[in-house]
Design a protein around this ligand. Structure first.
Ligand code: KG4
Ligand code: ZN
Length: 345
């Protein structure tokens, strides 16, 4: 079965062809046109500019998949959450292809795509029940997944996403958008104990309950942004090493909170697998420290590292999610598909 995936929810235009064969997913094409250089001069993604560039970028990518038209069985497209005008470019393109080619169409939740990135290029496919940590520029969520397509939100950020926090810290330290990867690079040769940044919401008893019940699995990152701003105003880094030390200390504060809560969720729900997804999951130090703690405390739970290529936004992950919806005949007629910018899993 060959699935065409389309992804345009934020600032990457992506088209992919993924084949499911003999129990494995093979990425035949994963084309990604990034708009990062365009948005860098604004210091962040400008929605109107992003949408216009998706229109420009999608046509050359489409040309590359056209030769496979006859072999494609299903079309899967991100229809939310994301920037509404960006989402529309992917959804309208997919709708047109589905109508013109007479192929079934599937609406995919972007976060679901991040989860199914874990099925790409794997010899052993993940098993359920699972906990998924989605950690990106727009989301920081822990989900309990009992079986395919059955999601329950068990923890989330109450303010900013972890990626947003990395990006803001990068900006404060004079790095171009997105600050996350640049900050992570400097952190490699810094001292993570140099600055004592707070570990927000790590102490269960120290934060208000959500919905009447303290789950202990929620996050908060906005205070950390303020903390690094005040630190840099009071103690501007005097040299490159001081800058690296701030980066390492800041990154470690986020890692400590994320690792502790993720492992707590794995223990609480006694799951077989831990899944990772989202741009921040590309952070190698985060993956390493998470793997170490998992091995030490829950060795029976499977945790396979996620290839950085599939952490950020890409259409291959959307195609895999499409396969599982197609198995359940969960199609949307091209006349009815719509965007849903606030779609919650
Ligand atoms: O999943 P993604 O590509 O887009 C969203 O759906 O948001 O995630 C982008 C985010 C950005 O905030 C970026 O700074 C962050 O992922 N990011 C990283 C790293 N690589 C990307 N953050 C920390 N360390 C990294 N290595
Ligand atoms: Zn994403």
């Amino acid at each position: 079965m060959l699935i065409l995936g389309l992804e345009t929810s934020c600032d990457e235009t992506s088209l992919a062809l993924v084949e499911y064969k003999a129990g494995r997913f093979f990425v035949r094409k994963n084309l990604v046109a990034s708009q990062i250089p365009i948005h860098q001069k604004y210091g962040g993604v400008v929605p109107e500019v992003a949408a216009r560039n998706h229109v420009v970028n999608i046509v050359p990518l489409l040309r590359e998949v056209l030769p496979f038209k006859k072999k494609i069985n299903t079309i899967a497209v991100t229809s939310g959450p994301g920037l509404v005008t960006s989402l529309l470019v992917g959804v309208e393109t997919a709708r047109t292809l589905a109508w013109q080619w007479h192929k079934p169409l599937i609406a995919i939740n972007h976060l679901e795509g991040h989860i199914y990135a874990n099925w790409l290029d794997k010899d052993t496919l993940p098993t359920f029940p699972a906990v998924a940590l989605i950690i990106s520029g727009g989301h920081t969520e822990l989900l309990l997944i009992k079986n395919h397509l059955q999601y329950r939100l068990i923890g989330q950020t109450r303010d900013d996403a972890a990626g947003e926090c990395f990006d803001k810290a990068g900006k404060i330290m004079g790095m171009p958008y997105p600050g996350g990867p640049a900050l992570a690079k400097l952190a490699q040769s810094g001292n993570p104990k140099a600055v004592a940044f707070p570990r927000p919401m790590l102490d269960k008893s120290n934060f208000p309950a959500r919905g009447g019940q303290a789950s202990g699995l929620d996050f908060s990152f906005s205070g950390l942004k303020t903390s690094i701003l005040y630190h840099c105003q009071k103690n501007p880094p005097v040299n490159e090493q001081a800058k690296k030390d701030i980066c390492a200390s800041f990154q470690q504060a986020i890692i400590d909170v994320v690792v502790a809560k993720t492992v707590a969720a794995v223990k609480k729900y006694k799951v077989k697998t831990l899944l990772l997804g989202g741009g921040v999951a590309a952070n190698q130090e985060l993956q390493k420290q998470l793997a170490d703690k998992m091995t030490k405390e829950v060795p029976q739970t499977m945790f396979a590292p996620l290839n950085p290529t599939y952490c950020g936004d890409n259409a291959a992950m959307i195609a895999v999610a499409g396969y599982f919806h197609a198995s359940k005949k969960d199609f949307t007629p091209w006349q009815k598909i719509d965007v849903n910018p606030n779609w919650e899993l």
